[in-house]
Design a protein around this ligand. Structure first.
Ligand code: GCV
Length: 874
């Protein structure tokens, strides 16, 4: 090796740690005689605190020349008010470095320079009649204002007091001035719930943040200490209900011993104003009740539900109600007896009514055995077809819970026509915080822009009132008393709750939108970033930019033009798998053939789905010209050469968007690297390794989807990229020892359709570099299956430059687009004639699979890689 080019990884590591150390040290300031750290500095932070870090702020920005509160006067005795007091105490201590006195009467205020008073409207007025407001504050609402040297934290009820306290803490965390404070707020809707798809065995359906915080081994966990931390987070954004078990409900959770466990969980949530609810299985009267039927119109069944509900309320007096998934994906339901969703919902609702409980009946009722050959069959029609004729027949404590789109949380869908299809029924929108179809928290995807699109969509349901989806679910359009927002969250025992620290912006955003759906995606993310990482301009610029760009980027490399997330829809919904959408009964069809692509949902020639919308919206979608490009393939089947509004053909747009999206994803990690040392180190590396994974996985998406469409359409990429991969060396074409080539299924998820697998204890693949001398980035593309942790090493010219383990347990046990990943070694010195050798050591069922090596000129700005992370966080 000549002197100019030596591998430099160790140097990069030291440089990185030196930068982090110097930023941390220089960020420490001395204030009021105490060392305090605020602003743009790395600080040790408890990841479980998420956005409630209560890290030091610049108090001058908040209080100006005024005094910082030294006392909290709590007026009421309700537990939720005590929680508000505790939060304020801890927030003031953390953010302002003051230990406050907690007092119960005006006498305790003697000597106080400034204080916070906490109480309901009635309590505040009784304490100081001069503070009587002209208007009553409604349920869960609050008023936050100044009165001389007091900050008045006043709620319409005790929950409102807690929300008011969190609103104050949110302002302080963002260093907002409190000089002219007078804010009145009320939640947009009464239902602000999360659904958790937790199973009694502790697993979580579509959960990507570890095991259940509620259940283990078929029962409620003995240790439910994570519940309080979760309750804090939820209450801080105004969530007032949690459904703790999977909508695919296990009937035995209704047994007495389990209800006692659920009561323990409810006790934890209660202090935060959150009511617990449960998903139930409609067959329970038979499955656990011993009846011979679960026909909702059978009087014995009604009696059974009544008795069961009474039993539940004996254990949990403030039980919130139930969520019901029935006649959907194999779940039992009223159709078995020729009964309707209303019959099923009502029998349970009548039992709950006396106790103040709700039924959230899911609109996700569809037939997953549709006939692919029937061009009129359409899963998107199901919600409207199954429910709209029932409008007005539901009990008033029933809410129909409707996924925001008519299919299933795809990256882009129109709003469900059921929202405007029910006028005399309470409705809630179901949004999915857990990223089932949107990268499973291994990809950064800030979902609030997608939710805003749905909430802001004007359905034109009526002409004399606002009819956006947000107006409908908040009851304004049709004057409904119940309804609101449900977020499928699926947090787990992971320290970061959702696995990816940046995904917590989605949970935060869900809560904030449920409280106030007119907030913007930009405003929400900035609030979240400031509270999570501090108020540094630099950090805000980077984090907000990454979050805001991420939705469109993910859409671009997974499924553009409304075609859906082109994933393996009958598998884990993670990597690419476009073929899986077709020729089965699930109805997530894209109807791609050699001529064109897209579902014809028009009234004129298609499934008639578009006719389910009110006429104005239907007219927009029915017309090819008026239909927005981003929903084109959802609504229409068009030839590949159909020209979009930009003049570009559909097929070229598919190619371009996948290349552009993947290229943007590559920019994420380097952008994040610019704030090394300005965010907590552990969080920094947790995010970095995911962004690096995302860059590699976006490439898998890009190549799979573009090759698949090339084969399907027969039309080549006008820019010559698809099928042409400079710098790529297929493993099957290398000199192999022990490795043998295998075909990969689906074919498009491996480069050249093949990979190599190792049938021995150790195998190797070698190639000789024939290019110019220089610095290169070398990527080894391999497969990391769920079970087994193969080991790999990369040698250049006889010297090992990297070794790694396939230990990220990607969610499948085969070689395909779910498991394809890569290790990148940056800044590798290569000379003509150097031998590059990858050695693999299989483990378990995982045969150290390899796909290819890609050698491209080094991108110098990518100086550091995941190699720089200490072993503990890799
Ligand atoms: C809980 C999709 C998911 C299922 C989920 C279902 C639902 O089909 O893949 O895991 O089941 O939606 O929302 O009921």
């Amino acid at each position: 090796m000549s002197a100019g080019f030596e591998n430099r990884s160790a140097g990069a590591i030291w440089l990185r740690w030196a930068v982090i150390f110097s930023v941390v040290v220089s960020g420490i300031a001395v204030r009021d005689g105490k060392a305090a750290v605020y602003g743009a500095v790395a600080r040790p932070v408890d990841p479980q605190a998420a956005w409630l870090t209560y890290a030091p702020v610049n108090e001058k920005k908040v209080f100006g020349a005024g005094a910082v509160p030294d006392t909290i006067l709590r007026l009421g005795d309700a537990d939720v008010e005590k929680t508000a007091e505790e939060e304020l105490e801890s927030g003031v201590r953390g953010m302002l470095g003051r230990v406050v006195r907690e007092v119960r009467s005006a006498d305790g205020l003697k000597g106080s320079k400034a204080f916070v008073v906490v109480g309901t409207q009635g309590e505040v007025e009784a304490w100081r009649p001069g503070l009587k407001s002209t208007k009553a504050i409604g349920a869960d609402g609050f008023r936050l204002r100044r009165d001389g040297n007091a900050i008045v934290v006043e709620g319409g009820d005790s929950r409102g007091v807690l929300y008011c306290a969190f609103a104050l803490l949110r302002l302080i965390a963002q260093e907002r001035s409190l000089a002219a404070l007078d804010v009145s707020e009320a939640p947009s809707a009464p239902v602000r719930w999360t659904n958790e798809w937790d199973n009694p065995d502790g697993s979580i359906e579509r959960g990507y943040g570890g095991r259940s915080i509620f259940f283990d081994e078929q029962a409620v966990r003995a240790d439910i200490s994570r519940v309080t931390g979760y309750a804090r987070l939820l209450a801080s954004v105004g969530i007032n209900g949690v459904t703790i078990n999977n909508v695919n409900a296990d009937p035995k959770l209704l047994n007495e011993s389990n209800l006692k466990g659920v009561a323990r969980i409810a006790d934890e949530f209660r202090a935060y104003g959150i009511r617990v609810s449960m998903s139930i299985d409609m067959s329970s009267p038979q499955a656990v009740g011993g009846l011979t039927t679960f026909d909702p119109l059978d009087p014995q069944v009604a009696e059974w539900w009544k008795a069961k509900v009474e039993e539940i309320y004996r254990f949990i007096p403030d039980f919130g109600g139930v969520v019901i998934k029935a006649d959907s994906e194999g779940k039992p339901g009223p159709m078995k007896y020729g009964r309707s969703p209303a019959d099923a919902a009502n029998v349970v609702a009548r039992a709950l009514k006396a106790h103040g409980g709700l039924v959230l009946y899911r609109g996700f009722v569809y037939n997953n055995h549709l006939d692919w050959n029937d061009l009129k069959a359409d899963r998107a029609r199901a919600g409207f077809d199954n429910f709209h004729t029932l409008d007005g027949t539901f009990e008033d404590n029933v809410v129909v819970q409707i996924k925001h789109g008519p299919i299933d949380f795809q990256i882009r869908e129109p709003v469900s026509p059921l929202f405007s299809g029910l006028k005399k029924t309470n409705e809630a929108i179901e949004l999915q915080v857990t990223q089932e179809y949107t990268g499973q928290q291994r990809h950064l995807v800030y979902l609030v822009p997608m939710w805003k699109d749905a909430l802001d969509t004007n359905t034109y349901a009526v002409t004399d009132k606002p009819s956006r989806v947000q107006d409908i679910v908040t009851g304004k359009t049709f004057g409904r008393a119940e309804g609101g927002f449900v977020g499928v969250t699926n947090v787990g025992l992971d320290d970061y709750w959702l696995g990816n620290p940046l995904s917590m912006a989605n949970l935060y955003g869900f809560g904030r939108l449920a409280w106030n759906p007119s907030l913007s995606a930009d405003a929400i993310v900035d609030e979240w970033t400031r509270q999570t990482f501090g108020n540094s301009e630099k950090v805000r610029a980077v984090v907000n930019d990454l979050q805001i760009r991420s939705y469109h980027v993910y859409e671009s490399y997974t499924g553009s033009l409304g075609v859906g997330t082109l994933t393996d829809i009958i598998g884990v919904h993670f990597g690419p798998g476009p073929e899986s959408a077709e020729r089965n009964g699930w109805g997530q069809w894209i109807r791609a053939d050699h001529e064109g692509v897209g579902m014809d949902r028009t009234v004129a020639t298609g499934t008639g789905y578009i006719g389910q919308y009110p006429p104005e919206l239907a007219a927009k979608y029915e017309s090819l010209k008026a239909c927005p490009d981003e929903l084109l393939l959802f609504m229409h089947h068009v030839p590949y050469k159909y020209r979009l509004k930009s003049g570009k053909t559909v097929i070229q747009y598919i190619y371009d968007s996948h290349y552009e999206g993947a290229a943007e994803a590559v920019e994420f990690a380097p952008e994040w690297e610019t704030i090394a040392g300005l965010v907590p180190d552990r969080t920094y590396f947790e995010v970095l390794r995911r962004l690096e994974f995302q860059a590699g996985h976006a490439e898998v998406w890009r190549d799979s989807i573009t090759q698949w469409f090339w084969k399907m359409s027969g039309i080549a990429d006008a820019k010559g990229r698809v099928g042409n991969y400079p710098g790529r060396f297929e493993a099957e074409a290398m000199r192999l020892e022990g490795y043998a080539p295998v075909d990969v299924t689906p074919w498009e998820s491996a480069s050249g359709r093949k990979a190599v697998v190792c049938g021995a204890e150790k195998c190797s693949a070698e190639m000789t570099w024939d290019g110019a001398d220089g610095w290169y980035d070398v990527a080894v593309r391999y497969f990391d299956e769920m079970h087994g942790e193969s080991k790999y090493s990369l040698e250049v010219a006889g010297r090992e430059i990297e070794q790694w383990k396939a230990d990220w347990n990607l969610p499948n046990d085969r070689l395909n687009g779910h498991t394809s990943t890569r290790e990148v070694v940056r800044g590798v010195a290569l000379h003509k004639g150097d031998v590059l050798k990858v050695t693999g050591w299989p483990n378990g069922m995982e045969k150290a699979p390899l796909d290819y090596l890609e050698i491209v000129p080094a991108v110098v700005t990518h100086a550091s890689t995941s190699k720089t992370a200490p072993a503990a966080v890799r």
